[in-house]
Design a protein around this ligand. Structure first.
Ligand code: 3NM
Ligand code: MG
Length: 540
């Protein structure tokens, strides 16, 4: 009997590899432990096994799968799949072409394909509904399992590109699993972030090799994976994401009161130009600054109550130190504000920023218009420097870019300039497997614009943009548990802009503007009367 295609559960797909079995386990004991604890699909993938043995293994694994009513897929070997009447076949880009596979297997078997590029999705869509049933999207992260990989890790954004391509080509029938370097420490983030921009498609499941096959307790490992798949929230900071766009003075006042009470610690990993001014801005906002790029103390610092990390890539610190800090803050569910300075100005910066973006979850991503447009892939070519460049872009484009960045990275994105845009792509920090997430598309997520007229002096001093990052980190870090993250980000931008306006009216030039800005931040923060601030919010 053929396993009915429409009944396949792709949520937890185990791919075998007998070369990594721990002592005292066998291929069969690992597969059975998986099946017992929530594996829903099995692929026999044995790259260096003689045909006779492969067939023996396939028959034995098939028996196990049948006992748990789970389909068995054979990797690459169409002959073996036919010989044992397996439920389907999985092939890669350099294996037998899909139309031939389908012709040999007939219409009822499951056919899976490894996909890493959007052009492959276009091919798949042209073939139509009867060819490919599911794709393995990868590799997501680096992995030791696949020897001599012909592709490099694509990260969650690469997976999103594939999901977008499936939607634009209307390949609705095709199911998806992500594969490559997936483990409990990154799976919730992958499930959370990987949603097509139209909001209609999330991953149907994840596929693992080593997490189960190389586990000393494959049953326990499977149970952990199963728990992550069945749970639907990615709780990476203890803050609330529910909010309204029409933030009131009372909401802001409440936010600042929490910060005043909680005295956050803002760890800065930032460029040299910003360090001194950033420390003074932190102090003006009732918070403690610490400038540290030492990996050995990130765990201690992230454990301080109300710690927040400002990660600013303006001076290109060693990537391993930055990654360590991201890990430490993510593990402790403390907020990280990411400022990808000069995001794509050079290849080095592009690689560094993308590495960090793929590596962790950020509460807020803040950039100038050039950086946000680059992150959203909405501008041509690379940036000229770390400044915003031509500022004469239209507001609708900036709002769209901010929304795209927020949605793609499931973060609160801030685009700065004369008009600041803030979009909330956090989706209440929830995820759901399968067809569509039943949520908003990237074009529909909440977005506000903040304006206070031009403040030309802001451009005449160093680190004014970087220090908005400081202000956001202080206010988000200073929230009480269940404080509202979006309110903190909006409050920070409003406060900073209003302080800039006030300083520009009181100063005598760019030198004294610097000093007046610190005074104004201190004053507005301490008096906490947002109804008197000059900057205004507008829903866009
Ligand atoms: N295919 P692990 S990555 C079998 O990208 C396989 O197509 C990949 O192993 C692809 O879960 C991969 O141990 C190995 O990282 C995944
Ligand atoms: Mg292959």
């Amino acid at each position: 009997m053929v396993f009915p295609k429409d009944k396949v559960d792709y949520s937890l797909y185990l791919v075998t590899d007998s070369t990594m079995l721990p002592e005292g386990t066998t291929l069969y004991s690992q597969v059975e432990a998986g099946l017992k604890n929530g594996v829903t699909l099995v692929q026999l993938r044995e790259k260096d096994t003689d045909t006779k043995i492969f067939i023996e293994e396939a028959i034995a694994v098939q028996k196990l799968c049948k006992a748990y009513d789970v389909p068995l897929i054979i990797n690459d070997r169409i002959d073996v799949a036919l010989a044992i009447d397996a439920d389907g076949v999985h092939v890669g880009q350099s294996d037998m072409p899909i139309p031939m596979v389908r012709q040999l297997l007939g219409p009822d078997k499951i056919v899976g394909w490894s996909v890493g590029k959007t052009s492959e999705v276009e091919t798949l869509a042209q073939w139509g509904t009867d060819m490919v049933d599911y794709i393995g999207i990868g590799m997501v992260f680096p992995t030791e399992t696949k020897k001599n990989p012909r592709k490099s890790p694509m990260g969650p954004t690469g997976v999103i590109d594939i999901l977008n391509a499936l939607e634009t080509t209307q390949a609705t029938w095709c199911r998806t699993v992500a594969i490559g370097g997936l483990h409990p420490n990154n799976i919730p983030r992958v499930l959370y972030q990987c949603v097509s921009h139209n909001g209609k498609r999330a991953l149907d499941g994840i596929s693992v090799v080593s997490d189960i096959m190389a586990s000393d307790d494959a049953g326990a490992s499977t149970k952990i994976l199963r728990g992550l798949l069945d749970y639907s929230k990615f709780e990476y900071i203890p803050l609330d994401f529910s909010h309204q766009e029409n933030i009131t003075s009372k909401d802001i006042k409440d936010t600042l009161s929490q910060v005043q009470k909680n005295h956050p610690l803002v760890q800065h990993m930032t460029n040299k130009v910003h360090q001194n001014f950033g420390a003074n801005v932190t102090l003006a906002l009732g918070s403690s600054p610490i400038m540290s790029e030492v990996p050995s103390e990130v765990d201690e610092l992230a454990s301080v109550p109300n710690a927040a990390l400002l990660l600013n890539t303006g001076s290109v610190a060693p990537v391993e130190a930055l990654k360590e800090a991201v890990r430490a803050y993510n593990e402790r569910k403390r907020p990280i504000i990411f400022d990808p300075v000069g995001y794509s100005a050079t290849q080095t910066r592009l690689t560094l920023n993308n590495t960090l973006l793929q590596y962790g979850q950020y509460t807020c991503i803040k950039g100038n218009s050039g950086e946000i447009l680059s992150l959203a892939k909405l501008n041509q070519g690379k940036m000229r420097g770390v400044d915003a460049g031509d500022d004469k872009v239209d507001k609708a484009l900036l709002a769209r870019a901010t929304r795209l960045v927020a949605f793609t990275y499931k973060t609160i994105a801030v685009c700065t300039g004369e008009y600041d845009f803030i979009a909330d792509g956090t989706m209440s920090s929830s995820y759901r497997l399968g067809h569509g997430v039943g949520e908003l598309s990237a074009n529909d997520i909440p977005c506000v614009m903040i304006e206070d007229g031009p403040i030309p002096l802001m451009e005449k001093i160093t680190a004014s943009g970087c220090s908005l990052g400081t202000a956001i980190a202080a206010l988000v870090g200073g929230l009480s548990p269940n404080g509202i993250a979006f309110n903190a980000v909006v409050s920070a931008v409003l406060l900073y802009k209003s302080a800039g306006k006030l300083a520009s009216l009181n100063c005598r030039g760019s030198g004294s503007f610097h000093v007046h800005l610190i005074d104004a931040l201190d004053q507005l923060f301490t008096t906490n009367d947002p109804s008197s601030w000059t900057a205004k919010v507008e829903i866009v």
